[in-house]
Design a protein around this ligand. Structure first.
Ligand SMILES: Nc1ncnc2c1ncn2[C@@H]1O[C@H](COP(=O)(O)OP(=O)(O)O)[C@@H](O)[C@H]1O
Ligand SMILES: [Mg+2]
Length: 277
């Protein structure tokens, strides 16, 4: 009864409600305008829809602020952002310049993804959906950033670094190589056996090093082990990893690595298919 009374006292009449609504909308529009203006300082050109998506992450309090650009590639830009006291990496795909023919090739054959409409934008959205799911699955099993959320062409994940400084890539560090190779080999095996995933673009460029341990990133090309391209992709991953570690003086062989991961010898037909990847 008491509660009812209180609620009654705070009730607004229709007019006042409308006025508040309008004021709120005005505030949001103003914030959005300011955000678009400030975003120009990053020198990154996105279409209006992408900017709106990025703004919606702030408005929805999924992020507190965008801090800077970590990497700017042909297909995607990675931002450093913050959510409260935590850093986040935000990967934004450029819809206009994505190689969407390759995207379709990898999306087809993935039982988790159904691309109904095949506009360029829809393909990119499906691509991000796939990367999000891959990352989510991988980070539960191996050392990889936790996937936080995806929205349209934007993927938010944990930031791998030290107090906001991104962790270096494997190619740029000096380590105890033998041990590092074994850790990577173990992660590849776990990803295959427990996650039923093949990374598909594994190299010294897509492995960061934090606290002397490898952290796998960039699961955009990853496929489930049932995918028709899974074996050729895994063979290529093994070749890349071994050629890097050989240069570091570790004795390794891609055929042995493949066998260690899958328990099988390489099928020559799969190996021939690498040329078509
Ligand atoms: N979670 C992350 N934490 C810190 N840095 C990241 C993270 N994800 C990506 N990066 C940085 O951004 C770069 C590009 O990201 P990546 O996912 O590999 O995209 P691309 O498709 O452009 O290769 C990486 O090489 C790395 O330096
Ligand atoms: Mg990469």
């Amino acid at each position: 009864m008491e509660d009812d009374k209180i609620e009654e006292e705070f009730k607004l009449d229709g007019k006042e409600e409308l006025k508040l609504d309008r004021e709120y909308q005005k505030k949001i529009i103003e914030r959005e305008r300011k955000f678009f203006e400030e975003f120009k300082t990053f020198n990154e050109v996105f279409d209006q829809r992408t900017l709106k998506t990025l703004f919606s992450l702030l408005a929805g309090k999924h992020l507190t602020e965008f801090i800077g650009v970590v990497s700017s590639g042909k297909e995607a830009v990675v931002f450093k952002a913050r959510k409260g006291k935590f850093y986040r990496a935000v990967k934004v795909y450029r819809v206009a310049t994505c190689d969407f023919k390759t995207m379709i090739k990898y999306l087809q054959g993935d039982p988790r993804i159904h691309v109904r409409r095949s506009s360029r934008r829809m393909i990119v959205h499906a691509w991000v959906e796939k990367e999000f799911r891959n990352l989510k699955r991988a980070s539960e099993i191996i050392n990889a950033p936790k996937a936080r959320l995806r929205r349209e062409n934007v993927l938010v994940m944990d930031f791998v670094g030290y107090r906001g400084e991104p962790a270096p890539k494997l190619k740029d560090v000096t380590l105890e190589w033998e041990g590092c190779f074994k850790e990577i080999r173990e992660s590849m095996k776990k990803l295959y056996e427990e996650g039923e995933l093949v990374h598909g673009d594994l190299s010294e460029y897509n492995i960061l090093v934090k606290d002397n341990s490898p952290v796998f990133i960039d699961f955009s090309q990853s496929v489930t082990i049932q995918h028709p391209l899974a074996q050729p992709l895994l063979i290529r991953d093994c070749i890349n990893i071994c050629s890097f570690f050989k240069k570091k003086g570790v004795s390794c062989n891609y055929k042995e690595l493949y066998k260690y991961i899958t328990g099988k010898d390489i099928n020559p037909v799969d190996e021939m298919m690498i040329k078509q990847l």
